[in-house]
Each structure stands twice: as structure tokens, then as C-alpha cells.
Design a protein around this ligand. Structure first.
Ligand code: SF4
Ligand code: SF4
Length: 110
């Protein structure tokens, strides 16, 4: 029967089936990452956001959910200016965090 609309596919993520080994490794060297409360201050101050949609908030959420491809694709737009570090209310050294993400997730060439 055609109701004139379709249900969207579920966007639920089964975290039991997601490989979070790299995120755990990242957490080992950047324990502050779990202090992020997804407030978005980093995103709103990011000069790369306006022209590329760069959002560190989304990058962190994606990594926590095992969506590595999406996170790393977005991170390519970061200019490492460090503005996000100045505004983070949780005191996370976001610039250092970004460098650590590149190091950990770039290790296997992904
Ligand atoms: S400003 Fe800090 S706490 Fe807020 S979303 Fe960005 S990293 Fe997380
Ligand atoms: S360091 Fe990267 S994420 Fe942070 S404000 Fe600058 S361009 Fe945006």
C-alpha cells in the first residue's frame, strides 16, 4: 500500500558490534576526550566551519561511535589554528587532541 511517504532507515548504531580499539588507544593518551560535553563552542569558533562544515564536536562524537571514516574526512578541513582550544569550557587541549587523533588513526593508513 502506498501511503505517500517512506520511513527513513534506522540510524541506530550497535555499539556492541563497533570496533572501538583505536578510540580506547586515543583515550589512553588523551584522557580529557571524555570530558567533552558536546557543547559546540569549538564548532562555533572554528574558522574552517563556515566554508567546510568542520566540527570538532561531531568528530569526537563520531569517534566515540566508531564512525572513523566520517570523523577523519571532516578533520582534513582543520587548519590547526587552535581557536577551539581557547574556547573549550572543559579545558580540553583540543589542538593537541586533533594531532593525537591524526597520529592514532593514521597509523594504519586509514
Ligand atoms: S568546546 Fe570542548 S566541550 Fe565543547 S564540544 Fe568542543 S571539545 Fe567538547
Ligand atoms: S584547530 Fe581546527 S578545529 Fe580547532 S578552531 Fe582551528 S580549524 Fe577549527
Amino acid at each position: 500500500m502506498d501511503f505517500g511517504f517512506k520511513l527513513s532507515p534506522s540510524s541506530a548504531i550497535n555499539l556492541d558490534k563497533v570496533d572501538l580499539s583505536r578510540f580506547e588507544k586515543l583515550h589512553g593518551i588523551e584522557p580529557d576526550i571524555i570530558k567533552c560535553m558536546a557543547c559546540g563552542s569549538c564548532t562555533s569558533s572554528c574558522p574552517a566551519n563556515r566554508f567546510s562544515g568542520m566540527s570538532l564536536r561531531k568528530v569526537i562524537l563520531d569517534l566515540q561511535r566508531g564512525r572513523e571514516k566520517e570523523a577523519l574526512g571532516m578533520l582534513r578541513n582543520c587548519m590547526l589554528c587552535g581557536k577551539c582550544t581557547m574556547v573549550c569550557p572543559r579545558g580540553i587541549n583540543t589542538r593537541h587532541l586533533i594531532l593525537s587523533i591524526c597520529r592514532i588513526y593514521g597509523e594504519d593508513g586509514k
